[in-house]
Design a protein around this ligand. Structure first.
Ligand SMILES: Cc1cc2nc3c(=O)[nH]c(=O)nc-3n(C[C@H](O)[C@H](O)[C@H](O)COP(=O)(O)OP(=O)(O)OC[C@H]3O[C@@H](n4cnc5c(N)ncnc54)[C@H](O)[C@@H]3O)c2cc1C
Ligand code: FES
Length: 255
């Protein structure tokens, strides 16, 4: 784990109210794996006091990107950063997606809304491992979709403005018969109702799958106990999302 003051290199609006912020950190860029995250102290002042967690979206050379939409004070302050501003970053944190497992050779990557965040790095790693990847992206409407850095993308929008009208799990049900349940593993990130629907699909179909969770978090590295995830079929009742996650086997947690 690294704590570093990092210079912002650029901030760009990549879709309607969705921003990519890039910062420079040689060490984070060279030690991150897909679905790990950074915890950012955005400003030195009182507001926002707590760090804010973001998945690592892309890495190019020594530049690390995050993607976010503005939901409160922290993300609004991030959007206003300019090249040369400094942010205090801890990372990479958390357990990455288990892309290396021999139990599958094809991955279905699913991103609901800003759940697209861990997918570009996952796509790149799968490519390097010689595994196939198919991506299913979902958003409320076409202007919220960000499909850069992804491969074999199918799209679902709630209002039908692009791709399938409906949600990503409906679209997965349509595509699933083309995949071997034994040799395919799903990697997902998105809102809890989407992950619940996915969990139920995986239990019905026998397909393996894991999710990167994005629930509320405090310290980000196991000290504050502020990120419990309820476990199923385990002697322990809870795991810590920041330290034992954010990735979890979807058959082993209660959402
Ligand atoms: C491991 C992890 C990775 C994440 N990756 C991303 C990412 O890649 N892109 C991204 O946009 N967001 C991501 N998030 C969520 C992000 O951390 C929050 O949206 C952010 O902290 C909000 O900060 P804020 O100060 O702008 O909003 P706040 O003022 O803190 O909150 C604004 C509103 O958003 C709600 N909120 C805050 N945090 C969360 C959360 N974690 N889940 C649901 N609702 C929340 C609050 O209850 C409130 O209603 C991630 C969270 C985790 C734990
Ligand atoms: S966020 Fe503090 S223990 Fe997980």
């Amino acid at each position: 784990m690294i704590q570093e003051l990092c210079p912002v290199s650029h901030v760009e609006e990549v879709a309607d109210t969705i921003f990519v912020l890039a910062f420079v950190s040689d060490r984070i860029a060279h030690s991150t794996q897909p679905a790990q995250f950074v915890n950012i102290r955005i400003d030195e002042g009182i507001e926002p006091l707590l760090r804010r967690p973001f998945s690592i979206y892309q890495i190019e050379g020594n530049t690390v990107q995050i993607i976010f939409n503005v939901v409160g004070k922290g993300t609004d302050a991030l959007r206003r950063k300019r090249a040369g501003d400094m942010i205090d970053v801890i990372g990479p944190l958390g357990v990455p997606f288990s892309l290396h497992l021999d139990s599958f050779d094809t991955a279905i990557l699913i991103g609901g809304g800003l759940g697209v965040a861990p997918l570009p790095l996952a796509t790149r790693y799968l490519h390097e491992l010689g595994k196939k990847s198919h991506t299913i992206l979902g958003a409320r409407t076409a202007s919220y979709l960000v499909d850069r850095y992804l491969e074999n993308v199918s799209v679902a929008t709630d209002d039908g403005t692009r791709g399938h009208r409906g949600n990503v799990v409906d679209l997965l049900r349509i595509h699933a018969p083309a995949f071997s349940a034994q040799r395919t593993r799903v990697f997902a990130c998105g809102p809890t109702p989407m992950l619940r629907a996915l969990q139920s699909f995986l239990l019905d179909s026998g397909m393996q799958g894991e999710a990167a969770l994005e629930g509320p978090m405090g310290c980000g590295f196991g000290i504050c106990q502020g990120c419990p995830v309820e476990l199923v079929g385990d002697v322990r009742k809870y795991a810590l999302m920041c330290k034992e996650g954010p990735t979890f086997d979807l058959r082993k947690i209660k959402l």
